[in-house]
Design a protein around this ligand. Structure first.
Ligand SMILES: *Cc1c(COP(=O)(O)O)cnc(C)c1O
Length: 376
């Protein structure tokens, strides 16, 4: 008989969630509007330190709205981290703009600020600065926001943060996602908190938040009949999903502690294996380690990430390669890219380990044992 499956990052649901859902049923707020939706937004804004939060049907929808509200359209260029999930960049194409991909820096695996600033400056001097920059905070760790924000501010580039993987993290004691004109979060099933599917846009700009709500609900003008002056979307989160989110928020701090604990335990277990290099922790960030990731040093070991992944799979344990950089994706073939090969190397040598906040120490030991056996 196979041992139980250990997933990469499964949902971690407590008892509060069902209480909030029952409350929504009891009050008949089974709609994309309702008191739990309002509370979820208010509490979320408080937790991340932004003035406004708009709950949406996905993180991808949040990013789409942010780009549209930033005025990004056909003919515009948008800088974007290359090492990330496709959803960081697909909204650039939804608005008809062109992505320009930027490599990672070694210390955080996030966008290389030196390359980003050089490209912004070069394009500005050539007559057209990029319209926006999507800064991704990968695997629970904040990018180095300050130097990138300084370049964006200097050349009028709108900074949008993709904090879908970084809820609960800090950048110099503040939440990543709260620095740009807007930040986005995701509540997909694999994220640190889930609503079964959903997202949030946060901003300090009241008009931006109002416009986001307006566009997310089919852009209805204020009239008793249905009147529309622009085309909107059906992007609002439901009151039921928000109810799950309210319960999840209560457990956020504990989930961060659990995921950080996994990283520390893996790090300790592999400290004498010279071929294993853990994802570094950048000095400016308190990472949540949404996923614990490592790379294998080909100078020191013949074992590959794929070999480890297959050994884990044979024991019914799910592990995944690091994100395939977007400049290597077939769909973005020919797209402009600036880098020094960092994200290519991380993709080629990296692996993400099971990191769910409900994973038991016993299950974690199973993962560790399989990996140690490969190196024995
Ligand atoms: C999950 C994720 C998204 C998209 O969020 P959805 O809610 O799944 O649409 C965007 N960016 C990154 C980096 C993600 O990991």
């Amino acid at each position: 008989m196979k041992p139980n499956r250990i997933y990469l990052s499964p949902p971690d649901i407590g008892s509060a969630e069902i209480e909030f859902v029952l409350e929504a049923f009891a009050s008949n707020w089974i709609a994309p509007v309702g008191p739990n939706l309002d509370s979820f937004e208010k509490q979320f804004a408080t937790i991340v330190g932004s003035k406004y939060a708009v709950a949406l049907s996905s993180g991808t929808a949040a990013l789409h709205l942010a780009l549209r509200l930033a005025g990004v359209g056909p003919g515009d260029e948008v800088l974007c981290s290359s090492l990330t999930f496709i959803a960081s960049a697909s909204p650039i194409t939804y608005v008809g703009a062109t992505p320009v991909f930027i490599d990672s820096e070694e210390i955080s695996w996030n966008m290389d600020s030196a390359i980003a600033c050089e490209i912004i400056e070069r394009k500005a001097k050539a007559g057209k600065a990029p319209k926006a920059l999507i800064l991704v905070h990968l695997y629970g760790q904040s990018a180095d926001i300050a130097p990138i924000k300084a370049c964006c501010d200097k050349y009028g580039v709108k900074l949008i943060e993709d904090a879908a993987e970084a809820l609960g993290a800090t950048y110099h004691c503040r939440a990543p996602g709260s620095f740009g004109i807007a930040g986005i979060h995701s509540f997909n099933g694999n994220k640190i908190i889930t609503t079964s599917g959903g997202g949030m846009m946060v901003t300090d700009d009241e008009a931006f938040a109002q416009q986001a709500r307006y566009l997310a609900t089919q852009a209805r003008d204020s009239a008793p009949h249905y009147q529309h002056s622009v085309i909107g979307y059906n992007y609002r989160l439901s009151n039921i999903s928000a109810s799950i989110g309210l319960g999840q928020l209560e457990g956020l701090a504990q989930k961060v502690v659990a995921r950080r604990g996994h990283y520390q335990a893996y790090k300790e277990a592999f400290k004498n294996i010279s071929g294993i290099i853990m994802q570094p922790e950048a000095p400016w960030s308190e990472s949540t380690h949404w996923l614990t990731c490592l790379t294998l040093d080909p100078q020191r070991t013949k074992i590959t990430a794929e070999q480890l992944r297959l050994a884990l799979e044979a024991e019914n344990i799910e592990a995944r390669p690091i994100w395939k950089p977007l400049h290597l994706q077939p769909v973005f073939k020919g797209a402009e890219y600036h880098g020094r090969g960092v994200s290519d190397r991380l993709f080629g040598t990296g692996l993400c380990l099971p990191s769910g906040s409900a994973m038991t120490p016993g299950d974690r030991d199973r993962v560790i044992k399989v990996i140690k056996t490969q190196f024995a």
